[in-house]
Design a protein around this ligand. Structure first.
Ligand SMILES: Nc1ncnc2c1ncn2[C@@H]1O[C@H](COP(=O)(O)OP(=O)(O)OP(=O)(O)O)[C@@H](O)[C@H]1O
Length: 226
């Protein structure tokens, strides 16, 4: 059997921040390969650089050195427009805070990224309803985020993140703001969605129990992965 496709690679990523007169070498040559169908936990102490790594992998920030390869394409030398296009097509994001648009309903929040990608409204609506059903929020489709609980908001955010069928999902503490029970529901639905769609996921978490339920764990320490 052939190996699953490598969907995202980081190659020798270096990122340094200057804080006053301090040079902070947050990433000092980080490399990783993420294959189709795998769910990988990213762990490390607070401040170890997990968010920085996810931002670089997600083409939201540029590294000082090194390369990001998405679906076989090196983004080195890419300008902002092709980076944004690649991000829209291949990547989905879930953050600790949901970032839903408050003036739109849950349904519209999930439809919007699809319509930005050129899908007709009727098709975007169908898929959004399907995804809201998968996260068990079909009955709340017409509600605005302000009328949903924290866990429900985060489930809408997950549905939105996968709406364009990204190949890679990047999640930064997706259940970090939720109580233990809600965190369990949200995490289970996130894993189900990722498994059912066959995408790859890289999920930063402080929770060792959640990390243990993923396929493997990468630990960020002193600027490198182990
Ligand atoms: N734009 C920036 N300018 C200066 N320093 C930064 C910047 N962004 C991040 N840092 C620093 O880089 C380090 C890594 O931050 P990062 O947010 O990636 O860590 P993290 O592992 O995600 O932390 P946490 O688990 O607390 O969310 C921190 O010391 C942070 O202060």
């Amino acid at each position: 059997m052939s190996e699953p496709a490598c969907l995202l690679s980081l190659r020798g990523i270096v990122r340094t921040f200057i804080q006053g007169d301090r040079r902070l070498e947050v990433l000092r040559g980080v490399s990783l390969d993420l294959h189709a169908g795998e769910i990988v936990a990213l762990v490390g102490q607070s401040g170890s650089g997990k968010s920085t790594l996810l931002h670089i992998a997600g083409l939201l920030e540029r590294p000082d050195d090194g390369d990001v390869v998405i679906d076989g394409r090196s983004v080195q030398g890419f300008g902002d427009a092709p980076r944004t296009a690649l991000r829209r097509k291949f990547l989905g994001f879930v953050y600790q805070y949901h970032h839903l648009l408050p003036e739109f309903s849950a349904l519209e929040n999930v439809m919007l990224p699809q319509m930005l990608n050129g899908l007709p409204r009727s098709q975007a609506r169908l898929r959004a309803m399907e995804l809201l059903s998968m996260v068990q929020l079909k009955d709340r489709a017409d509600h605005r985020p302000g009328r949903l609980s924290g866990g429900e908001q985060q489930r809408v955010a997950i549905a939105r993140a996968v709406a364009n069928a990204p190949r890679v999902l990047l999640a930064d503490e997706p259940t970090g703001n939720l109580d233990a029970g809600t965190s369990e529901t949200v995490f289970r639905q996130l894993l189900t969605l990722v498994r059912e769609t066959g995408m790859a996921a890289l999920i930063a978490t402080h929770n060792p129990e959640l990390a243990a339920r993923m396929d493997r764990t990468l630990r960020l320490r002193d600027g490198v992965l182990s």
